[in-house]
Design a protein around this ligand. Structure first.
Ligand code: HEC
Ligand code: HEC
Length: 250
């Protein structure tokens, strides 16, 4: 993953704008077979939406995700500042039953393609809470030793257990993949749908990591990537990572 970071300027430099290709194509691999085939997000195209229209459609979401996309309870995920592509593909995955059953399954089934684009644009446009200035791990009410283990794992991984540094894929500030804007020669955006983790709700993070650990998520090629990481995380690592990441917006 470090290599990926080092290559970033090179890859970006080698991507002329003229190569950008069609921007508004409907998503790539939308298979309708049963059981559902996972999305191949290495081939994902840009899926623009209208944030203003999304705001009007988001009224029903606020009860669980907060009026400003910051959830009022730790079991519900924050959506504010999450990359639009990640939100878009998550909603598609709920709608088509590719994610484990949750309140989102029935809700997403009522959304049309344009709603999903608009909602994704809207929540992506909202600001995440500002980062704490200095001693991020010494937050009051947080177990500092536990959070410290989470921070170390996030930044350095643990080679002895085959755990890669999370920051290689989720960004050194946990705001998403550093290559999110990179387009390949066909105009595809292979890293755009990598989620931000900064300040995410602790219970939600724990649940998701446990699901990846137990191989319960198989929505897309991206789920496969994260599943490989999740399998290597034990209960203490999951607790440590959830504690540290959720403390970052305080
Ligand atoms: C009744 C509560 C509820 C409402 C209303 C609701 N959600 Fe959710 N949402 C959840 C829960 C719970 C999860 C986590 C589900 C899981 O574990 O898969 C979630 C997850 C999500 C995710 C995935 C986030 C991530 O980080 O992977 C997205 C995107 C999302 N919701 C969007 C929406 C949108 C858009 C609306 C309005 C149209 C909405 N939700 C309305 C409860 C709700
Ligand atoms: C090789 C790249 C890669 C590495 C390394 C990686 N991740 Fe991920 N992670 C992803 C991708 C891609 C997704 C999106 C999965 C999906 O859409 O199903 C993801 C999803 C997640 C999610 C779900 C977020 C949400 O909102 O639902 C969490 C939590 C997470 N990763 C935590 C971690 C932690 C903690 C580490 C380090 C131990 C880590 N990741 C390392 C690529 C990576």
């Amino acid at each position: 993953m470090k290599t990926m970071l080092l290559l970033a300027p090179l890859l970006l430099a080698g991507t002329p704008a003229a190569d950008a290709g069609p921007a508004a194509d409907p998503p790539g691999e939308v298979a309708t077979a049963t059981p559902p085939v996972r999305y191949d997000l290495r081939r994902a195209q840009a899926v623009p939406g209208d944030a203003q229209a999304g705001k009007a459609k988001a009224e029903v979401c606020g009860a669980c995700h907060g009026e400003n996309g910051i959830a009022p309870a730790p079991l519900f995920p924050n959506l504010a500042g999450q990359p639009a592509a990640y939100l878009y593909w998550s909603l598609q995955a709920y709608r088509s039953g590719r994610l484990p059953e949750s309140p989102m399954t029935a809700l997403a089934a009522t959304l049309q393609e344009q709603d999903i684009r608009d909602l994704a644009s809207y929540y992506a446009s909202l600001p995440v809470p500002p980062p704490a200035p200095e001693t991020e791990t010494a937050t009051a009410g947080t177990d500092a030793a536990l959070a410290g283990r989470g921070r170390a794992l996030y930044l350095d991984g643990d080679p002895s257990r085959g755990i890669p540094p999370c920051q290689g894929c989720h960004g050194d500030d946990a705001r998403g993949n550093p290559l999110a804007g990179y387009r390949d020669r066909s105009g595809r955006l292979p890293y755009a749908a990598y989620p931000a983790l900064r300040g995410q709700q602790p219970d939600y993070l724990r649940t998701r990591l446990q699901q990846f650990h137990g191989q319960a998520i198989d929505a897309s090629s991206n789920s496969r990537i994260m599943e490989g990481v999740g399998q290597r995380l034990d209960a203490d690592s999951i607790e440590a990572l959830s504690t540290w990441l959720s403390s970052l917006n305080e």
